[in-house]
Design a protein around this ligand. Sequence first.
Ligand code: DQA
Length: 142
Amino acid sequence: RTVFVFNGPNLSRLGTREPDVYGAETFEDLEALCRRTGRDLGLTVDVRQTDDEAELVSWLHEAADGAVPVVLNPAAFTHYSYALRDAIAQRTAPLIEVHISNPAAREEFRHTSVVAAVASGTIAGFGLRSYELALRAIAETA
Ligand code: DQA
């Protein structure tokens, strides 16, 4: 079965973007990690990234229509996008919010997630392994 891994703004810049916070691995490394993990778990993983809130909302509609489980790193949208929250609330399949860093240990504005309450759960602070753990959680619950 298929799982979507959706990534929000600036995540295409992994590896060069604030490596002290997000690490040296690139978005391509993240894609490879997700596909490798998916293969181990018998899941087909469709990894996408966008800087565009409207595009991310439309992908979440696609997930809702197909009842496809989602691993979502909403990036900065986490902290203020009610549009994303409302799109997530429409689905029936599991959706796991992931973060590479631990937002709770960072600036005050990152302490609020407007999507957490409509996600199945959240995994944050484990670097790219956060995605692997989320895919495992989906494999075990979906
Ligand atoms: C992030 C944390 C967010 O606060 C930030 O805006 C990001 C990445 C993370 O994966 O740690 O872009 O979602």
